[in-house]
Write a protein that binds this ligand. Sequence first.
Ligand SMILES: Cc1cc2nc3c(=O)[nH]c(=O)nc-3n(C[C@H](O)[C@H](O)[C@H](O)COP(=O)(O)OP(=O)(O)OC[C@H]3O[C@@H](n4cnc5c(N)ncnc54)[C@H](O)[C@@H]3O)c2cc1C
Length: 458
Amino acid sequence: MGPFGVPDDLFDDGSTAIPQALPGDVERVVVVGAGIAGLAVANALTTAGIDCVVLEARDRIGGRLHTVDVDGHVADLGGAWIHHPDDNVLADWVDLAGVPWIVDPTGTRFTGADLGEGRRLRPEELAGAGYAVFEPLADQVRADLAAGRPDRSMAEVVDDHLAAGPLPDDERARLRQLMAAMVEQDGAGPLAEISARWALTEGMFVGDVVDNVPVQGFRSILAPLAAASAIRLDSPVRRVEQTPDGVTVVGDGWSEAGSHAVVTVSLGVLKNAGVGFVPPLPPDRQAVIDRTGFGTLEKVFLAFPEPFWRDRDPGLQHSVVYPADRTEAATWTWDFGLSPTMMFLVAHSAAATMRRDPLAWAVQQLEAVYGEPLPVAPTGLASTDWLHDEHARGAYAHIRPGAFDADFDALAAPVGRIGFAGEHTGSERAGYADGAMASGLREAKRLLQLPAVRLAAP
Ligand SMILES: Cc1cc2nc3c(=O)[nH]c(=O)nc-3n(C[C@H](O)[C@H](O)[C@H](O)COP(=O)(O)OP(=O)(O)OC[C@H]3O[C@@H](n4cnc5c(N)ncnc54)[C@H](O)[C@@H]3O)c2cc1C
């Protein structure tokens, strides 16, 4: 923010350090991917007068930020919140672009249901549903770290902790599902593949949750970011070739030459060799790609003629549902209060059940927390399958047991004339949309050799 509260158009990636330059003069930059990272690079370069083109495989911009209409109501199928909006590039951009937003009004009081026992949960059974439940585990993991003991998975640490505690079996199973839900939703992966050291002492659980929500969805944030840039949709990139003199980005029957490229595809796409590199990426870089984790988080939206649940039970704004299968993490329901829709957040291990029949699955969730059959049928449905989406291959990156947060920083290192950006390329805000945007700003700073870059909003 500039003086007198006027939004400032100068942006950095959280630091005014100038990243190490790429070899060669910056004449034309080819950006691979029109997610928020690629759009941020392109906006900054275009604003600086650098020739730049963005190549996007899909028929739309936004990547894992994807707003759709469900029976006429806004639904964000990927990111929906601007998490931790203080000192956050995304919140600054929203101010500059004049995008309307609200503070997430969803209350912290919530309801719940257990599908295994077919009943709603009592308030005392929900009392432990908060990050405080992890405090004793975090103490244990810190002690392990200080004693030089090896890192373990969150599943091992949770199971050990629960086995040592006094809870009866049914409560233990529910608490495990709840803990799995919190870890799997923040880490977007299975409990058994998330590092306890990372989750509890490094970057994963970040501070208090104060979240902003763009009223018209993330598309209202992305459209102004993309407005001035040259973007080619329906252009899947197959490989990025480089020589000492430049780069050639190759698709099906076409190619784009440039002095430099910035690759912003997801870690899941890199893991699946969705884009090839000639010459291949160095072995140490490939090793980091292979060992870094990438799982999923899915969503379902139901729309109704009216939000019948609000009058009846205000606590139903925010609910937790324990699946009957005790090996699945709990799922969350949210009502942002902006429209008669209910959003379901589906943790990695619960996603396969949801995918079999998203409508029946979501109705069952809602009926369980509502306490009786729905008074009206839903008028709209949307559901995701990020895991099997060939241009995403999952939701966002996590750190596996034994690996380190620093792997995200290693993924940001340029390779010759190729820069890398995206949610997975920085430990500071890995996973978040603002982290992805900041990574794009970092690569624009690198190309322009500036401590901060200008972004233009129409
Ligand atoms: C369900 C879900 C909920 C989330 N919730 C939040 C949230 O509330 N708040 C938050 O901050 N973050 C959230 N996130 C994370 C956030 O969405 C991501 O961090 C962010 O969108 C990543 O942006 P990106 O530019 O790095 O990658 P992407 O958005 O994946 O962009 C990469 C682009 O590259 C394209 N591409 C892939 N392969 C090719 C190819 N071969 N050729 C050309 N183009 C290609 C893709 O189509 C895509 O457009 C959520 C994510 C999911 C999935």
